[in-house]
Design a protein around this ligand. Structure first.
Ligand code: URA
Length: 205
């Protein structure tokens, strides 16, 4: 997909943040240009920085298992992060780093146009559901402009807090039903629009 590849080149040469000096690789994201679901994590970690690919460390392994639990593979979904460069020592992304990186994510959204956006962790959730806490909204979805936003805990949270593992697993299992419901709803809206247009045309005859 040329548009995505061009975007990846621009991300790799971006030097807006100080942390770009210390990275091995930028981590733009990966997946099909027409993916229905986009997963957005927080920031690359050590392994992601080494490989230039998102979610390839232990959190990524768990994400792969979660995807498998809903009969999806990594190759079928788009995976990216709020920021595309590893923060030193895996510290939290700074507010200005999130702001600087936002246009790259906006570009990815504009190209891929996912039907469903799954936010992984509080930084990603904060972009789309500001003012909420992850404890309040995990496992729930909101629809905006025909796109479904679904919040989940970050998969790495299960590695630090074992009690969250089951919560993350059961939240993941909600995705197929939500996506199917969304498609049905959008199809009904489209059909209704079609009928209205037809009625309008008839009036003009
Ligand atoms: N954690 C993230 O948020 N993103 C990655 O790519 C890897 C770990």
């Amino acid at each position: 997909m040329p548009a995505l590849n061009e975007l990846y080149q621009s991300i790799r040469s971006c030097r807006k943040c100080e942390i770009s000096k210390a990275r091995t690789n930028a981590v733009p994201g990966e997946g099909p240009g027409n993916a229905e679901i986009m997963f957005i994590g927080e920031a690359p970690g050590f392994h992601e920085d080494q490989k230039g690919r998102p979610f390839v460390g232990s959190a990524g392994q768990f994400l792969g298992q979660l995807l498998k639990s809903i009969d999806l593979s990594r190759e079928q979904v788009y995976i990216t992060n709020v920021i595309k460069t590893r923060p030193p020592g895996n510290r939290d992304p700074l507010p200005e780093e999130i702001v600087n990186c936002r246009p790259w994510l906006n570009h990815q959204l504009a190209i891929i146009k996912p039907k469903m956006i799954v936010t992984l962790g509080r930084f990603s959730m904060g972009l789309f559901m500001p003012g909420k806490t992850i404890g309040q909204v995990h496992g729930t979805a909101v629809k905006k402009d025909g796109v479904l936003y679904f919040a989940m805990y970050h998969p790495a949270a299960a590695l630090h807090q074992g009690n969250l593992r089951g919560v993350i697993e059961s939240d993941m299992l909600k995705i197929p039903g939500l996506l199917a419901g969304l498609k049905k709803e959008n199809a009904l809206i489209e059909a209704q629009k079609g009928r209205e247009e037809e009625a309008q045309q008839l009036k003009l005859l």
